[in-house]
Write a protein that binds this ligand. Sequence first.
Ligand SMILES: Cc1ncc(COP(=O)(O)O)c(C=O)c1O
Length: 335
Amino acid sequence: MHTPLVELRLNQSAVGKVYAKLEMLNPFGMKDRAAKQIIMEAKKNGDLKDGTPIIESSSGTMALGLALVGTYLGHDVHIVTDPRTDKLTIAKLKALGCKIETVHEMSDRGWQSARLDRLDELLRNNPNAFCPHQYENIDNPRAYESLANEVLKELPEINILVASAGSGGSLCGTARALKKNNPNLRVVAVDAVGSVIFNQPDIPDRLQGGHGNSVVPRNVDFSIIDEVHWLNDEECFSATLELAQHEKIFAGNSSAAVYAVSRWISSQVPKGTNILTIFPDRGDRYHHTVYNEDYRKEKGMSNLFVPSSPKMVNYGEIVENWSFAYLQDEKEPVL
Ligand SMILES: Cc1ncc(COP(=O)(O)O)c(C=O)c1O
């Protein structure tokens, strides 16, 4: 918490300024904030009793946040993961004292739903356990009020928020809090090609991690989102390499997807526009995937580049490359 806010260098086409909130510099990542809010609130209202376990499904950052706060406060923390979870995260979870449950087969609705099925089973067998249910727990988005307040102290005027969507907590929670200060805030979601959140077909073996989902979480508040962008795996990986090369920020691929989108938006807006982005995690756990040339080659990524601009589509049209659509009446927002 109290993470740094840095202005990005961008490129020659940039007009608006882009500021990145480096949530990656929390002890484990962005979800330390959400985990703390969820656990403290559950202890306060009696949903989490002393000594009872915490059980949740997560592929990374939420697991680490829950492990950090939950085990510190004396709770057993059980995490349901899938084989996509990297070894570094597993090592960190084990080091913190977490119990790990890995599902080995995806359901016909992908890995997330396989994990959620296993989570339901564990909760039935542990009736006293507390499940944070990050996809629908209102304390997930609420956690980002503190993020918004930290930013507003340093940057009182924010015109556009660009953030990735997984559970919807960080994007919608930050947007809701910022809108109290600026009701005209333009809210831009960044998703993965192959994620179902914004009316697209599922590609269960998509390679981008963190953002995107195979189910639509209740914490995605469509009523406050103006626009959504999707990047495919290769574009997202390329943006991750560019972020490290150009901005000197060694981050995960969700940070890079919002980097690419905010960089382009900064070239489309009037001077004086301030754009806020959120960078959720560090690059370390992607060293063997996004940052590994052999892995990229094996996955057929030979044209590593980010297009200079996205394609505009109607909401509901199926996308394969970097594209965007307006959600609210499909009208271009007026700044
Ligand atoms: C690395 C990373 N980026 C982005 C997200 C999306 O954040 P949210 O769940 O708040 O939508 C997540 C969620 O787990 C994540 O782990």
